[in-house]
Design a protein around this ligand. Structure first.
Ligand SMILES: Cc1ncc(COP(=O)(O)O)c(C=O)c1O
Length: 470
């Protein structure tokens, strides 16, 4: 057993248990509701779980974004906030943490991931250029499109099949990418947009072999490779577990090696890095950095705070280090898997293999009687809430939005409802409640009638759209 890797107690003894490497110091009471309360709340929210008040929610699995519990070290760090407008000491701590753990030299802080996506898209995309990526992410693609880019999905086909159990369903299909380069010419490709893990595919990882090959292909064609590092730590866990040659390497080393194949990254620190707010953008190229550092003052704030308080940057610097520890990642993904195994035992249809941050229920398989125009995944999220006050999120036709060229719906092959597990927040008993509720909704699936959309906002419609039952 490699002494450099922090194995859980269970693993040290050759057992599969994954208990958390922390104990609970402070608790936040939850409110129980009755079914009649939930019916009223859901109707008031236009059948959209994003529009519910959190006081009306029992177990909140809407997202793992900004919902994690901070450690005592992070809370202590909040008291060390240097709230100077310029040159806050917490910025330099954050910069050092990013340089050390991710390996990029030049750092620009932003208030969260989409702030960084905005800056990189405006800086690195010329109108009409293509932006190939391993499946779209909602805010990422929108910023690329708002900058005049044309997103093209070059993920491996397996990613679109929920039942396919390939170990690295986040990999880029290099042949698809090469075809795009040949068809349009390398100068018409802004950059390759690589996410690790891939949220919309079910939290599926990218292999080290794939990012290496991608680097080679990009370098050969003079194309930049930028990484969405939002859940890179979880991606590194899967490489350690599944890719030959990495079993004895600490997660932190694997993550840094992965970044080493890319030209820069943007980050929503609200996920891996265990903070409630924060993000960054980091690149190797000095000229690009100067442009980004100039643009950040227009949209986010001065380049040494980027829309964050000093205390937020301190919590992020500490969170980055905590997030890279093997025992932390192991228990984080262990909990997601625990829920996945319960559901699998009951034959519940979901994306396989279970990914890093969430269980993605296959709403098409739940409700074969509903077409995508009747919003099966939105319906499933509503039914789960009605059953037990659990809040989940639609990741199907509503999230996919409309094609800017035709104005029609995008119809993604994946029509999923996401049960996202915040880090260090819920217990195993909560996971049992969730599994039982999913089972109850699955047992009642034949009665579902679907929804129609009664209000559709212009951008990122899944956040604010309203629905009515059919
Ligand atoms: C993969 C990925 N990229 C980018 C973002 C955007 O980050 P933020 O929500 O912090 O703006 C998210 C957030 O959910 C994400 O999951």
């Amino acid at each position: 057993m490699n002494e450099r890797i922090h194995h859980t107690m269970g693993q040290q003894s050759g057992r599969r248990s994954w208990a958390e490497p922390w104990k609970i110091k402070m608790v936040e009471p939850l409110r129980m509701t009755r079914r009649s309360d939930r019916e009223g709340a859901l109707a008031g929210a236009g059948w959209n779980t994003f529009l519910l008040r959190s006081d009306d929610v029992y177990i909140d699995l809407l997202t793992d974004s900004g919902t994690s519990a901070m450690s005592d070290r992070q809370w202590a760090g909040m008291m060390l906030g240097d709230e100077a407008y310029a040159g806050s000491r917490n910025f330099y701590r954050l910069e050092q943490a990013i340089q050390r753990w991710y390996g990029y030299e030049h750092v620009v802080p932003t208030h969260q991931g989409r702030g960084a996506e905005h800056l990189i898209s405006q800086t690195a995309i010329r109108k009409g250029q293509y932006v190939p990526g391993n499946m779209y992410f909602t805010t990422t693609r929108l910023h690329q499109e708002l900058a005049g880019g044309i997103f093209v999905d070059v993920i491996a086909d397996e990613a679109h099949d929920p039942a396919d159990r390939s170990p690295f369903k986040g990999d880029v299909d290099l042949a698809k990418l090469e075809r795009l380069i040949v068809e349009h010419g390398a100068t018409n490709i802004a950059y390759v947009s690589l996410a690790a893990t891939v949220n919309m595919a079910g939290g599926q990882p990218v292999s080290m072999a794939n990012v290496k090959a991608l680097r080679e292909l990009c370098s050969r064609n003079g194309i930049r490779l930028f990484l969405d590092a939002t859940r890179l730590v979880e991606n590194a866990f899967f490489i350690q577990e599944r890719e030959p040659g990495y079993a004895d390497r600490p997660i932190a080393e694997i993550a840094r090696e992965f970044c080493g194949h890319t030209d820069g990254a943007w980050m929503s620190a609200k996920k891996d890095s265990l903070v409630n707010i924060g993000g960054w953008l980091a690149v190797r190229d000095r000229t690009l950095f100067e442009e980004l550092r100039n643009l950040v003052v227009v949209y986010e704030g001065l380049h040494t705070y980027g829309g964050l308080a000093g205390r937020d940057m301190e919590a992020m610097a500490i969170g980055i280090e905590e997030s890279m520890q093997d025992d932390h990642v192991r228990s984080r993904i262990g909990q997601v898997r625990y829920l996945g195994e319960l559901l699998d035992d009951w034959g519940i249809p979901m994306v396989q293999p279970v990914g890093g941050h969430a269980i993605f229920l296959d709403a098409r398989a739940f409700y074969p009687q509903l077409s995508q125009d009747q919003f099966p995944a939105q319906t499933l999220a509503a039914e789960l809430y009605l059953d037990s006050g659990i809040r989940s999120m639609e990741r199907g036709v509503v999230s996919a939005g409309r094609d800017p060229a035709t104005g029609g719906h995008h119809y993604p092959r994946l029509e999923l409802t996401r049960l996202t597990i915040p880090r260090r927040v819920y217990t195993q008993a909560h996971m049992d409640v969730v599994a039982e509720s999913v089972k109850a909704v699955y047992d009642g699936r034949a009665a579902a009638r679907g929804l129609k959309m009664s209000y559709e906002p212009r951008y990122l419609r899944f956040f604010q759209a309203r629905f009515e039952p059919l």
